[in-house]
Write a protein that binds this ligand. Structure first.
Ligand SMILES: NC(=O)c1ccc[n+]([C@@H]2O[C@H](COP(=O)([O-])OP(=O)(O)OC[C@H]3O[C@@H](n4cnc5c(N)ncnc54)[C@H](O)[C@@H]3O)[C@@H](O)[C@H]2O)c1
Length: 265
């Protein structure tokens, strides 16, 4: 058997980029999918702009530009894995967007439609596109990036909350439907994680400190830590896990919140 073959969406930035680096470092061949053409080009550039030497990544990386909310992208990414690597073992459906608008905003429902298209429709397209190729390999793993915001809600984040809540149950339903063909479907639910998606929030004075105080581990997560959780769910160590949502949130969703958190040590 050759190297494992993996599709990763949202591969040009944040958690997806960390996944590309981790999976490739550990010997996987990767189809890296993103709508951001320039960001994807950086992935295969030598030397890399982030200083990670290409020699540290034995797996091959094939970039694919596409919008995950379009069926053509689902079809093309699976075709790319099969054409380049001859097989498909793992799919990481990670691309997602935020940007909920206030209820009273003129564009609020159009924005909801777009968030649902990327975060929910995009995941559904990814699952249905990949299933036949995974089945042909004898089974495999799909790991979806949901969110702690899909397990509980935040003020001002209703469209994103709705989309990630839908993703959580989509993953459970897909796990039931695909179990008979030995395809496992799981999700991670990251809490606040340092990525470009969150740059806008990080720039708000005091927000990182205030939010960190509400997280039992007292800090934001790192993209690499989310990639490690995804790696685990994709790995043979998780062979008996399907339909699960693994919170990778520093304990945030373990907390009821009725009593104020203890002061920082
Ligand atoms: N950062 C956090 O705090 C956090 C917390 C919970 C969940 N998440 C989820 O993690 C995932 C990754 O987020 P991130 O923080 O790494 O964000 P990011 O913005 O750093 O990266 C997301 C990537 O997805 C790509 N993308 C967006 N829409 C796309 C589309 N329609 N088609 C293809 N590519 C598209 C972007 O170009 C970008 O490269 C998302 O699903 C997000 O909702 C993030």
């Amino acid at each position: 058997m050759g190297r494992p073959s993996v599709i990763i969406t949202g591969a040009a930035s944040g958690i997806g980029l960390a996944c590309v680096q981790l999976f490739a470092e550990r010997g996987c061949n990767v189809v890296a999918v993103d709508a951001d053409e320039a960001g994807l080009a950086d992935l295969t550039r030598t030397p890399r702009p982030d200083g990670v030497p290409t020699s540290d990544r034995p797996g091959e990386i094939v970039p694919l530009v596409g919008d995950v909310s379009a069926q053509e992208t689902g079809t093309a990414m699976v075709q790319a894995a099969v054409d380049h690597f001859g097989r498909l073992d793992t799919v990481v459906l990670n691309a997602g967007i935020g940007g909920t608008l206030p209820w009273e905003d003129e564009g609020a429902i159009a924005r909801l439609d777009r968030i649902l298209a990327v975060n929910v429709r995009g995941v559904a397209i990814g699952i249905r596109s990949a299933a036949p190729a995974l089945r042909a390999t004898g089974g495999g793993a799909i790991v979806v990036t949901a969110s702690s915001a899909g397990l509980a809600a935040d003020p001002g984040n209703w469209a994103y909350n709705a989309s990630k809540g839908a993703v959580v149950n989509l993953v459970r339903a897909a796990a039931l439907d695909l179990a008979a063909t030995n395809i496992r479907v799981n999700a991670i639910a990251p809490g606040l994680t340092e990525t470009p998606l969150m740059a806008r929030h990080r720039d708000v004075p005091g927000l990182v400190d205030a939010s960190s105080r509400r997280i039992p581990l007292q800090r934001w997560g790192r993209a690499r830590e989310q990639a490690a959780a995804i790696w685990f769910l994709a790995s043979a160590d998780a062979a008996y896990i399907t339909g699960a949502v693994l919170a990778a949130d520093g304990g945030l969703t373990a907390m009821h919140g009725a009593v104020p958190p203890p002061p920082l040590a």
